[in-house]
Design a protein around this ligand. Structure first.
Ligand SMILES: O=C1NC[C@H](CO)[C@@H](O)[C@@H]1O
Ligand SMILES: [Ca+2]
Length: 440
């Protein structure tokens, strides 16, 4: 039947994703082993976030993706490197937020995949080094911290940097029995929500010492995106109704004040968080995750519409530009940072209703990436998506290993290693619930 042929077609595509992941990993193994990021055009490497030290970022981000794909020998090779080489005791300053979602989350999901206690111990050691950033009068963390000295810096930061911890840190508290991690993450989230405006909106910058807002712009894009995401996620993962109530309050305000329909397409304007006046019609590509979150939270019509708005931008440029203005229908930033958000939204919506349209958007995203981002030693970001042929840059970001390759595979493979009905993936794509063991 065409259905069976269709299934075989998707399984074949999943096999292709797996082969591309194996090839990319082998290039990394060969040319950048233990380094933070490979440079896929030149075949060298770059460090992130510490200029003079590598933490094996891409390796750690890749681990649960390798496991869920059944690339077990490569997974074990990576775990062996972490056990013998990963050391967070570095006299260097990192972003608390980035280090948590990428490295604490990556170590945790790898631990959940194989049960190795050393991975959990390293995740905990890293969280212990981030925890001092939360010792502020408001409980909202500084933006940066030195991993060895514990000296924090930068009191002006964003709701996303402040409140994107509870899924990872609640899991850490559950696995270690130490409540400090969940408590710090919870307090920071509530501190942001309590300071929302009379319109129930939050802005992009706040001072964690005084609690005073330092911006007036409400956005669903960067600086605020994962604050909303983790309100819903904390409800989904831990079942505390308080998070769902806060999510519902924030989402109602966004749908009331930021929702814009133009030419039958849905967009979300940036608005003044106290007056609701539109301040910008520019969307950053990061915002394209939001259709998946709206779907999860019950606004499936708006979630599907917003995802379709971005799918049309993808259809026009092949791959998404980093910034797009719906008022002018033009890119505002012509680079492509090899980001996962549209694939993230498609995968999330597909998990909700199995609508083949979402699988199709995932396939288009993958085929375009192979067409334009493939380089001699892996997949690279692009310098300009508006020229023909598109101009490549020379950088593979850590999130690529944890996110879109996993979303494509899970979208196409129907693998027994993943529970498609009861699962949780973090904002970095780390599988913190739903890994199924002792399967094929
Ligand atoms: O939440 C995030 N924001 C930015 C990256 C992907 O674009 C990634 O680190 C993560 O998905
Ligand atoms: Ca994300």
């Amino acid at each position: 039947s065409s259905y069976a042929r269709d299934d075989a077609r998707w399984r074949a595509l999943a096999g292709d994703v797996k082969a591309q992941m194996a090839w990319s990993w082998d290039c990394y193994r060969d040319r950048a082993w233990g380094k933070d990021e490979i440079k896929p055009v030149s075949g060298t490497f770059s460090s992130f976030p510490l200029k003079t030290h590598h933490l094996g970022l891409s390796l750690i981000e890749a681990l649960d993706t390798l496991w869920v794909m059944g690339l077990d020998s490569r997974f074990e090779d990576g775990v062996a490197w972490v056990k013998t080489h990963f050391d967070a005791n570095v006299d260097g300053e990192v972003s608390v937020f980035e280090t948590s979602i990428r490295l604490v989350g990556g170590l945790l999901s790898a631990h959940l995949a194989c049960g190795d206690a050393v991975l959990l111990a390293k995740a905990r050691d890293l969280a212990d080094r981030l925890l001092p950033a939360f010792a502020t009068p408001t409980g909202m963390p500084y933006r940066f911290i030195n991993l060895r000295t514990g000296v924090p810096r930068e009191a002006v930061t964003s709701p996303a940097d402040i409140a994107t911890y509870l899924p990872e840190w609640g899991t850490l508290s559950r696995l270690t029995g130490d409540p400090r991690y969940a408590a710090a993450a919870r307090k920071a989230m509530i501190a942001v929500f309590e300071r929302r405006s009379p319109l129930d909106l939050v802005a992009t910058k706040i001072d964690v010492l005084s609690g005073a807002w330092r911006s007036r712009t409400a956005t669903i894009g960067s600086y605020c995106d994962s604050f909303f995401e983790y309100l819903w996620d904390s409800w989904q993962l831990f079942g505390d109704a308080e998070w769902k109530r806060m999510y519902d309050v924030c989402t109602a305000a966004i749908l009331k004040h930021q929702q814009v329909w133009k030419d039958h397409q849905l967009w979300f304007a940036d608005v003044d968080f106290e007056s609701g006046a539109v301040v910008s019609t520019e969307q950053d590509e990061l915002a394209s995750f939001y259709g998946g979150l709206l779907g999860q939270g019950g606004a499936l019509k708006q979630g599907a519409a917003y995802t379709e708005s971005w799918a049309k931008v993808q259809a026009r440029y092949g791959v998404l530009p980093e910034g797009y203005d719906y008022a002018t229908s033009r890119p505002t930033q012509v680079t492509n940072a090899l980001r996962p958000e549209l694939a993230d939204a498609a995968f999330t919506l597909w998990l909700i209703d199995r609508n083949p349209r979402w699988r199709e958007i995932g396939r288009l995203h993958y085929e375009a990436m192979k067409r334009w981002n493939k380089a001699p030693y892996g997949y690279t970001d692009l310098a300009d998506v508006t020229v023909t042929p598109k101009r490549q840059a020379d950088h593979c970001p850590g999130y690529w290993w944890s996110e879109q390759m996993k979303y494509y595979y899970l979208l196409f493979a129907d693998t027994p290693r993943f529970d498609y009905c009861d699962n949780y993936l973090s904002t970095e794509g780390n599988i913190l619930k739903g890994l199924r063991h002792n399967q094929a």
